[in-house]
Write a protein that binds this ligand. Structure first.
Ligand SMILES: NC(=O)c1ccc[n+]([C@@H]2O[C@H](COP(=O)([O-])OP(=O)(O)OC[C@H]3O[C@@H](n4cnc5c(N)ncnc54)[C@H](OP(=O)(O)O)[C@@H]3O)[C@@H](O)[C@H]2O)c1
Length: 240
């Protein structure tokens, strides 16, 4: 069976660039996202770079049935060596603007998705004879408070809580948990959130390519030197 790296939210943004970087390292990748046409477009685009396997599953990672069926199907052909919990949605507003619709948009991928995707991966990861990795793309918003991000910060702090517990329970096993805390990254994530950051601040954000390369490069240290956390310090984060 071939090895494979799973990346959630891989149709665009950071996830797509992570897939590119993993492919450049010689890995096979599995892309997941909800919007089928974008997902297939990305799969086709990436396939021009490599002969490695690029498989795509169209679905919602907060849907438990999708997640179960996904693992059952993928593991017929592949050994999972890395799961990247990357999918996420941000909806910003003041604490007076919050409503259920925002919560329902933000929590599924970040909280339900991270927990379900990891839970159903664990039996396969545990069986592996090799070191396997769960990489959680959290955010500075998962360890700090930012104005106008209360719903997003709540979801990211929940993801952070889960990631810390996951690390505690897998400590000393073949499963390594790497938590990543970037600041602002230029991506479509900001499409609906631009009004909540000062004009022009995006010029100081990282690019999706920069962030993905830093993450993936840091996953290939020797086995005795695996990093736990990747914390980004970016100048724009000094805002009140
Ligand atoms: N951009 C930033 O400034 C920034 C900073 C720090 C951390 N992050 C984190 O980095 C990660 C990637 O963000 P990004 O900037 O690359 O965002 P993005 O460009 O908006 O991409 C988000 C990806 O997640 C997918 N997705 C969302 N909900 C999903 C669900 N329920 N099931 C499956 N796929 C889902 C999207 O595709 P579909 O909508 O088609 O499903 C898309 O592929 C997120 O966790 C985000 O919180 C972002």
């Amino acid at each position: 069976m071939k090895n494979i790296t799973i990346i959630t939210g891989a149709s665009k943004g950071v996830g797509k660039e992570l897939a590119k970087e993993f492919l450049l390292k010689g890995e096979n990748v599995c892309l997941i996202a909800r919007t089928k046409n974008e997902l297939i477009k990305t799969q086709k685009e990436l396939s021009k770079l490599t002969n490695n396997d690029i498989v795509a599953y169209n679905g919602n990672i907060s849907d438990e049935k999708f997640v179960k069926d996904f693992y059952q199907d993928l593991t017929k052909k592949y050994n999972i060596t890395c799961l990247v919990n990357n999918a996420g949605v941000g909806r910003f507003g003041t604490i007076y603007d919050n409503n259920k619709k925002m919560i329902d948009e933000v929590f599924p991928a970040i909280v339900y998705g991270t927990i379900l995707m990891t839970t159903y991966a664990l039996p396969y990861l545990k069986k592996s004879k090799e070191i396997v990795k769960v990489v959680n793309i959290i955010s500075q918003s998962g360890i700090r408070a930012f104005k106008f991000e209360s719903v997003y910060c709540s979801a990211k702090w929940a993801q952070e809580g889960y990631a810390q517990c996951l690390r505690a329970e897998t400590f000393g096993t073949n499963i390594k948990v790497i938590n990543v805390y970037p600041g602002g990254i230029n991506s479509e994530f900001w499409k609906d959130n631009r009004n909540y950051v000062p004009a022009g601040i995006e010029n100081t954000f990282a690019t999706t390519e920069e962030v993905a390369k830093i993450i993936v490069d840091n996953l290939y240290n020797k086995e005795s030197l695996i990093l736990k956390d990747l914390v980004f310090e970016q100048t724009h984060m000094n805002l009140e």
